[in-house]
Design a protein around this ligand. Structure first.
Ligand SMILES: *Cc1c(COP(=O)(O)O)cnc(C)c1O
Length: 220
């Protein structure tokens, strides 16, 4: 199957309202061009160096999303052009994004990454940490950071009931903080959840953005 065939197939099962981020990490720019030629203009990368290199060699109207763990000292490399950072998971990282947004005279859209899986990983706020972060209110002073919603990754498991439960928790957490902090803010609207193995469930549970890699580009 070609990238084009994979994309066409994927689109049949994704409603118009859900944005597809084609996760191109570890795949060459040539494959991104194939997807681009088929009308896919939104791509996700998880490493800063790989992203900046691809940004330089590929069409300028590509919308680039950063989806991986982000070190503060690397924010400056993507701040000039990144369209959405899915992985904002600490106040310190937000303050650095604010600084680099200001330096580039742009507002950078970010999602609050929430830890919903059972696995221990370092990435993501717990829901309680995120509540505390929002209550502390420093984000209100960050005029170059635009909070646009939440992102989460489900447990890597065959148990789709577990996966569904976690997506449902993320949707319900989104609803809670939307109502507590962002009810008047139309731009806080995104729920980034769902990957190659679980995107149909994520969409059923209210996802607005799916991040799909191997289903489009093949195994990495
Ligand atoms: C790699 C990655 C994806 C895509 O995973 P696939 O299983 O290849 O679709 C989505 N989200 C994040 C955060 C990733 O790192």
């Amino acid at each position: 199957m070609s990238v084009k065939q994979n994309l066409d197939e994927l689109r049949k099962s994704v409603p118009e309202r859900v944005k597809i981020v084609a996760v191109s990490k570890f795949h060459p720019s040539e494959m991104i061009r194939e997807a681009y030629a088929d009308g896919q203009h939104v791509f996700g990368e998880s490493r800063v160096q790989e992203l900046t290199q691809k940004f330089e060699e590929l069409p300028q109207d590509i919308e680039w999303h950063f989806i991986g763990g982000l070190q503060r000292n690397k924010v400056k490399f993507i701040a000039p052009f990144v369209n959405l950072i899915h992985s904002m998971d600490s106040e310190r990282l937000m303050l650095e994004i604010e600084k680099q947004g200001a330096a580039n005279n742009r507002q950078i859209a970010c999602l609050l990454q929430i830890h919903i899986a059972e696995e221990d990983t370092k990435s993501g706020f717990s829901m309680e940490e995120c509540r505390q972060f929002l209550a502390a209110g420093k984000w209100r002073d960050c005029s170059h950071v635009q909070l646009a919603g939440v992102m989460g990754m489900a447990t890597f498991t065959e148990d789709m009931n577990q996966v569904r439960k976690e997506f449902r928790q993320l949707k319900s957490f989104f609803d809670e903080i939307k109502s507590d902090y962002f009810s008047g803010d139309d731009r806080f609207k995104e729920i980034s959840m769902g990957m190659s193995g679980d995107y149909p469930i994520a969409i059923e549970e209210g996802s607005t953005i799916i991040r799909v890699g191997s289903l489009i580009f093949g195994e990495r």
